[in-house]
Write a protein that binds this ligand. Structure first.
Ligand code: NAD
Length: 256
């Protein structure tokens, strides 16, 4: 069949054209994939990370003053903030008797306090920009916050709190008449630096580890990025105070 010349007027417009996003934990894995997809979809993105990496803004999400600096940098570079993806995180695994209080607190500090500080600063910035305020705030939680997974006491507890906090703030800002939407994404096991530190390459290469999942595979960072794109875009303008699971159906499997 003869090729049909593309009609530029019918090309779909970029989903995030003209929007400004801040993505934390953007040096690696899911955050890097979200930043890349958002940029491809037309957004100006300030990627941040605790690690110095390329053009990323160095930013520890657990430090309130550094949140002020990151938002100020975003506004200085791109004029405003429309989308926050609170993604930065670290993993924890091990039996309860070996779980130090310091590790338990560190998980809460990064996943709950870090997201709390970011959401608070982003809502304040979005309210300065427009009345009623507009924006999309996305937290990267986990299926571990929805279903207990063996030996992830601190991580799963922090992620459960993160899901509830995201939804609670979504309810609050909606009631104040703002059009700021807050939603959590709950990824299933995704092959990134974080999970490679827990399970080596042989685990990911062994299909039997995923055989009882409906989609029989693990997640890629790009799968999570597509979900973030949807929630960030105007296509999700009536979606708030919710959570979206992206796990190939893992929650319905018998694995814990
Ligand atoms: N990989 C998975 O299976 C999986 C599943 C569910 C949820 N998640 C969540 O996805 C998010 C991203 O994880 P990933 O798998 O891409 O891991 P990753 O290790 O590849 O990336 C995490 C990034 O966060 C950064 N970071 C850590 N602490 C930080 C801090 N205090 N301030 C700023 N940056 C910090 C790290 O430097 C790193 O670049 C995390 O919140 C994680 O809990 C991951």
């Amino acid at each position: 069949m003869a090729a049909v010349a593309a009609d530029p007027s019918s090309a779909p417009s970029a989903a995030l054209a003209g929007k400004v996003a801040l993505v934390t934990g953007a040096a690696s894995g899911i955050g890097a994939a979200i930043m890349a997809l958002f940029e491809r979809e037309g957004a100006n993105v300030l990627g941040t990370d605790i690690r110095a990496s390329g053009s990323l803004f160095q930013h520890d999400v657990t430090d309130e003053a550094q949140w002020d600096a990151a938002i100020a940098e975003c506004v200085a570079r791109f004029g405003r903030l429309d989308i926050l993806v609170s993604n930065a995180g670290t993993a924890q695994a091990g039996p309860i008797v070996d779980l130090d209080l310091a590790v338990f607190r560190e998980q809460a500090r990064v996943h709950v306090e870090g997201a709390f500080l970011g959401i608070k600063a982003a809502v304040a910035q979005m309210r300065k920009q427009h009345a009623p305020a507009r924006g999309s705030i996305i937290t990267i939680a986990s299926v571990a916050g929805l279903k207990p997974i063996m030996q992830t006491t601190a991580y799963g507890t922090a992620k459960a709190a993160l899901i509830n906090m995201t939804r609670a703030i979504g309810v609050e800002v909606g009631r104040k008449g703002d059009l700021i939407r807050l939603n959590a994404i709950c990824p299933g096991g995704t092959k990134t630096a974080m999970t490679l530190a827990l399970f080596d390459e042989s685990y990911w290469a062994d299909a039997s580890n995923f055989a009882d999942m409906p989609l029989k595979d693990y997640c890629r960072p790009e799968d999570i990025a597509e979900a973030a794109l949807y929630l960030a875009s105007d296509a999700a303008e009536f979606v708030t105070a919710s959570h979206l699971t992206v796990d190939g159906g893992w929650l319905l499997s018998d694995r814990i």
